[in-house]
Design a protein around this ligand. Structure first.
Ligand SMILES: Cc1cc2nc3c(=O)[nH]c(=O)nc-3n(C[C@H](O)[C@H](O)[C@H](O)COP(=O)(O)O)c2cc1C
Length: 394
């Protein structure tokens, strides 16, 4: 990350989560309510565990905002873990008198085994507390700040569920999505028949003590041409987005545009023809500035490590959750003997929530890339540079 940086701290069942965000412009209107709306979206989704009923995430802005506007100083956020009172002994900062039972049976598919070995611990608890996707609540809060900034530039970001288990949209069917329907759907899927099949599959997995993965898609519209760069590996926008999305817990594959499907096509079938003419009047400000149009968007809005003015389209594969109510075989690290993997209350399917987290990660990468391209220390300056750039495209 370049211009916009952030760091999170906090354990899954500790006092709370902290995030510090550095590099946001001054004078951006920002309210806690806006961030909390995003936190709520992350908590929803059919297949989440009972924890989501305990937590109702709310971010407190501790620094960096005055009278509803960012000041340009680092933004500090705090999200309370409502479950903390039940975990004060297990996660006490000071030593405790009582013997707390350690977790010693690592879950296959989790950070447990590599984590205890790497950090030289006898108890898996500290590893599972930080590897937990609870941390992504802090990322979604940071992503909300990035999203608020992108809105000022006319950039919008949405996500929806493309597959849960075997139940998958055809790519063609997914091209024009009703976002209101997505937001109203318990699995974030606008396809009514598939939605039902996905929910039934989640019910079945749950009844069998099992879990399910799937695929989500994230789309950014209104993105100006020229974010990122072809000149160096670490400035490529596709690489930066892939890293951000892949960093989400349980994500195991990321593709941009037609991604893996492109591997089967010939060059004449794979690329997006450039045509004379201009995009329609209902197109975004960024798109209207282009004196040409593209016949298709198989590239998913990125060519040569730069945004090309089309929508950015990302898909990611989410593996099934590793904590199973019918636990997988493992060993007890104390004895080396066969044992069942550790189980504690857990989600059955997190694909819809992972999509919301991916929106946040994409917002952070795009906000960073916009700040890098257009600069500015306050919103007015950034917007002036942005509009000047759009005016000069020919
Ligand atoms: C929104 C969300 C919620 C998750 N909830 C759980 C959970 O309840 N139980 C679990 O074992 N894993 C859960 N995970 C996945 C684990 O955090 C993840 O598999 C683990 O940290 C290992 O990392 P890896 O899968 O990326 O290799 C969740 C992931 C996401 C995105």
């Amino acid at each position: 990350m370049g211009q916009l940086r952030f760091l999170t701290g906090g354990e899954s069942h500790g006092r709370g989560l902290v995030a510090i965000v550095e590099g946001m412009v001054a004078d951006l209107p920002l309210e806690e309510g806006y961030i909390n709306k995003e936190l709520k979206r992350r908590q929803q989704g059919y297949g989440r565990g009972p924890r989501m009923k305990i937590e109702e995430d709310k971010a407190e802005i501790m620094a960096g905002v005055r009278y509803g506007l960012t000041t340009g100083s680092p933004l500090a956020l705090f999200i309370t873990n409502r479950d903390w009172p039940n975990w004060q002994e297990q996660l006490s900062i000071s030593p405790v008198e009582k013997d707390v039972e350690p977790v010693t049976c690592p879950r296959p598919g989790h950070a447990d085994l590599a984590g205890v070995v790497k950090y030289g611990l006898k108890d898996i608890r500290p590893i599972m507390e930080r590897a937990s996707a609870r941390e992504t609540a802090a990322r979604v809060a940071v992503g909300a700040i990035a999203r608020r900034f992108l809105e000022e530039l006319g950039i919008g970001i949405h996500s929806h569920t493309v597959a849960i288990g075997q139940h998958q949209w055809e790519r063609k069917e997914a091209s024009s999505i009703n976002w209101q329907k997505v937001e109203a759907s318990p699995v974030r899927c606008a396809h009514a028949k598939l939605e039902k099949a996905m929910m039934a599959a989640i019910d079945e997995a749950k009844a069998n003590g099992d879990t399910l993965g799937g695929i989500f898609e994230v789309i950014a519209n209104g993105v100006p041409i020229g974010l990122g760069s072809h000149v160096s590996w670490d400035r490529r926008l596709d690489g930066r987005i892939a890293q951000a999305i892949m960093s989400i817990n349980a994500v195991k594959g990321v593709e941009i545009g037609e991604g893996f499907a492109l591997a089967e096509l010939k060059g004449s079938q794979a690329h997006d023809v450039i045509e004379p003419g201009s995009p329609s009047v209902i197109a975004s400000e960024a798109k209207q500035s282009l004196p040409w149009q593209r016949a298709t968007n198989r590239a998913g809005g990125i060519e040569g490590g730069m945004s090309n003015g089309e929508d950015i389209i990302i898909r990611a594969a989410v593996k099934p959750i590793a904590t199973l109510a019918s636990p997988l075989p493992s060993i007890d690290l104390r004895s080396g003997e066969v044992a069942k993997a550790h189980y504690e209350r857990s989600d059955v399917c997190v694909v819809p929530a992972a999509g919301v987290i991916a929106e946040a990660m994409l917002a952070i990468v795009l906000a960073d890339a916009c700040l890098e391209k257009f600069g500015g220390d306050n919103l007015k300056e950034t917007l002036a540079n942005y509009r000047n750039y759009l005016r000069n495209i020919s």
